[in-house]
Design a protein around this ligand. Structure first.
Ligand SMILES: Nc1nc2c(ncn2[C@@H]2O[C@H](COP(=O)(O)OP(=O)(O)OP(=O)(O)O)[C@@H](O)[C@H]2O)c(=O)[nH]1
Ligand SMILES: [Mg+2]
Length: 401
């Protein structure tokens, strides 16, 4: 059985944007949702799924153990973390402050749930729909996250100054040691220092904006943020989505109705509809009350317009577009494409596309990585050397000493 820890996806945003609704829709965990700011205080952690449409289980009968298959579509688990709402100035202690962001330290990607309908202000208070500009939310939230990272960079800065200026240690080395726990590695630190024009500046001379500029670059390289334009079921939501699109030309923006997905998954749980998460439509299979029928008709309209509810699409955008992960399927018996017990394609691993065959072995088990000899691409029979990159859909067997 694969021991790799699951990919973590952090859910951030101002209060009342729909973070917990999104989380509940994706995990079916019963969490508190309400139209008042700061409903969530302690983080909610649960399992959601990225959808892999082109998985081998479309053609082969699989016996998944660490993932799910529904009608030939694979669903790979990811860990979702829903935290409290952030407000402007949180890094200075406003609202609940930003201490709770510490729960997102290990998350390599964030989903920013934005109320695209503009029916809540910056603090999450209910206002007239369309009266708040969602672009402002993107601006301030990213600033808050970057200030949080800057505050970690700044901690014991005297020590960094001493190490670099007196002990002549390399600044990139010192900073990547400090930021490793945030998933910010040496490469990102070097690029961010370069990009912010700080590669040669002595740490004792760093000004406020240097910390911010460095942190912003380091964060965007190592913790990309996907914008989720939520509440597109409201008429003003569509306008807000268009506005976000106009302003952020090169960003990943996913239109969504977390509320629609939550209602749909609950209806599916009760046997009222047949719905495969991420599908652009659903089918009514149970007996509905007139209210249920009306609610589902409205959801069907929203899905038709947007090609689905956007919840699974957002998770997929985080895993496959922002992180550029690929799905690989390790097996032990290459003839049967199974584990030793005969389970066909028992595991699905989500790994960075830059991973090599040996990296995959390490992701399965440290010992397997250490004893790695080669891997076999099971479908072509081709041998993969240790440093050969893996590709999406690869079924592989690891040969080890
Ligand atoms: N119309 C509409 N309303 C939504 C949608 N998603 C969430 N809401 C509503 O927005 C309100 C806030 O939802 P929550 O999920 O509690 O928001 P949150 O971001 O977790 O809020 P905090 O925990 O306070 O930070 C609730 O009344 C939800 O029903 C959506 O897609 N469409
Ligand atoms: Mg919440």
């Amino acid at each position: 059985m694969v021991t790799q820890t699951r990919v973590q996806v952090g859910i951030v945003g101002k209060p009342n944007a729909g973070k917990s609704t999104f989380f509940a829709a994706a995990t079916l965990k019963d969490v508190k949702i309400s139209p008042v700011p700061f409903t969530t205080i302690d983080p909610n952690v649960g399992i959601g799924y990225a959808r892999v449409d082109d998985c081998p289980c479309a053609k082969i009968k699989c016996n998944p153990r660490s993932y799910m298959v529904i009608d030939g579509v694979c669903y790979a688990p990811v860990e979702l973390i829903d935290v409290a709402g952030l407000v402007p100035g949180a890094w200075q202690g406003r609202g609940l402050g930003n201490q709770f962001l510490d729960h997102l330290r290990r998350a390599p990607v964030l989903l920013h749930i934005v109320d695209a309908s503009g029916s809540t202000d910056e603090e999450g208070r209910v206002v007239k729909p369309g009266s708040h500009d969602p672009v402002r939310d993107v601006e301030f939230l990213e600033r808050e996250v970057d200030m949080w990272i800057a505050s970690i960079v700044k901690r014991d800065w005297d020590k960094t100054v001493r190490l670099v200026e007196f002990s002549k240690k390399n600044i990139a080395e010192v900073l990547s040691e400090r930021l490793g726990g945030l998933g910010i590695g040496r490469v990102e630190v070097e690029k961010a220092l370069e990009g912010a024009g700080l590669a040669k500046k002595p740490p004792s001379k760093w000004a406020e904006e240097d910390f911010y500029n460095f942190s912003r670059l380091a964060r965007s390289l190592s913790k990309p943020i996907v914008i989720v334009a939520n509440k597109v079921d409201l008429p003003e939501g569509e306008e807000g989505y268009k506005r976000l699109r106009e302003v952020y030309l090169n960003r990943i923006i996913v239109p969504a109705s977390a509320e629609a997905e939550l209602a749909l998954r609950k209806a599916a749980e009760r046997g009222l509809v047949k719905y495969k998460p991420g599908d652009p439509h659903f089918e009514v299979v149970g007996t509905l009350t007139p209210q249920q029928r009306a609610a589902l008709e409205k959801i069907a309209e929203v899905m038709k317009k947007w090609g689905g509810t956007g919840v699974v699409q957002a998770i997929n955008a985080a895993v496959f577009n922002a992180l550029k992960y690929v799905a690989v399927y390790p097996v032990e018996d290459e003839r049967r494409m199974s584990d030793k017990a005969g389970n066909v394609l028992p595991d699905l691993l989500l790994v960075p596309h830059s991973y090599t065959a040996r990296d995959v072995a390490y992701a399965i088990h440290t010992e397997l990585g250490e004893r790695f000899i080669a891997a076999i691409d099971v479908r072509t029979g081709k041998r993969l050397a240790a440093d050969e990159p893996v590709s999406h859909g690869l079924v592989l067997k690891i040969l080890a000493k």
